[in-house]
Design a binder for this molecule. Structure first.
Ligand code: FES
Length: 314
């Protein structure tokens, strides 16, 4: 389980309508944990549950910065940040973790939808530092709802801002035209945008060049057989049977294992657990194909054993 450490809220700033940035400094003079663009942290919110937020500041800074969209239909975590959190408050953070890191490429196309700009923001600086060409297309419902436009302004013509009213399809035609072989597309935003982009790239035969971070599990995900299997928790010496139709996370938590969790849909990465042996039937949307192939970690909220038995580092 990732450790949760104490931080102090240094500053809160309204970056756009319903988008608040939060700067967090480690308590007790600890150094800021090292992180790379694309990483996120787990913020423990008012009711003790966690939420994942991408780091959107400078990896060299002495504070961590996140930005939180107030979700009108959310579970209350974002409203707690907006309405309750104040400078000087103490919070606990897990992570940072990164399943959306910038792979080397000769050119990047970044595509952001709304608050999906957050993981991409530090990637732009990283791409520039690498001397690699890049472009950003930033979609949102209206300019006043789109955070960090001021920070993007110095990038000039590399950034295209597309305010598009709710309900209208984002103009994705031709977006990937001109991307050289080996170029990569990094996208984060609402599922509709990611689905449209995936379809456009599939039509161009370039779906393998797309890297995404999800806000929600894609429709139709996790539809496979959910058979029973046995899990051994190596450090605790416990062995449990996960019945068909139940998640390993639920069964292991009931058995006393301490595993962070949030989304229960395989998209946030909170429940990442080390696998010591056994083949995994990966059903998450976090791990890259390479990480899946390595077989040394899994998201037990959705993933299962490919065989009859797994041994976990718990
Ligand atoms: S709880 Fe989010 S990936 Fe498992």
């Amino acid at each position: 389980m990732a450790a949760q450490l104490p931080f102090v809220v240094r500053a809160l700033r309204l970056e756009a309508d319903d988008v608040m940035s939060v700067e967090l400094a480690p308590e007790d003079g600890r150094a800021v944990p090292a992180w790379t663009p694309g990483a996120h942290v787990d913020l423990v919110v008012g009711d003790g549950t966690t939420r994942q937020y991408s780091l959107c500041g400078d990896p060299g800074a002495t504070v961590l910065r996140i930005a939180v969209l107030r979700e009108q239909a959310g579970r209350g975590g974002s409203a707690w940040v907006h309405d309750r959190l104040r400078p000087g408050d103490r919070v606990r953070l897990g992570g940072p973790r990164n399943h959306f890191a910038l792979e080397p490429a000769p050119e990047y196309l970044f595509v952001a939808g709304g608050i999906g700009i957050t993981p991409l923001l530090p990637m732009l600086a990283q791409a520039r530092a690498r001397g690699v060409a890049w472009r950003l297309h930033y979609f949102g419902r209206a300019r006043q709802r789109m955070a960090f436009l001021g920070e993007l302004a110095p990038y000039g013509g590399r950034v295209r801002v597309h305010p598009s009213p709710e309900g209208s399809a984002p103009p994705l035609d031709g977006l990937v035209d001109g991307l050289p072989p080996g170029g990569l597309v990094y996208a984060c935003g609402p599922q509709r945008l990611l689905d449209g982009l995936r379809a456009a790239m599939a039509a161009a035969g370039r779906e393998d060049r797309l890297r995404t971070e999800h806000f929600a599990a894609p429709a139709g995900a996790d539809q496979g057989e959910r058979g029973a299997f046995t899990v051994r928790l190596e450090r605790s010496g416990i062995e449990v049977r996960v019945p068909a139709g139940r998640s390993a996370l639920d069964v292991l938590t009931e058995a006393g294992a301490e595993i962070l969790s949030d989304c229960h849909e395989g998209i946030c990465g909170s429940c990442e657990t080390r696998v010591l042996s056994g083949a995994v039937d990966h059903r998450d949307h976090v791990l890259t194909p390479q990480e899946r192939a390595a077989g040394d970690c899994m998201m037990p909220c959705v993933s299962r054993a490919a065989g009859d038995r797994l041994v976990l580092d718990l």
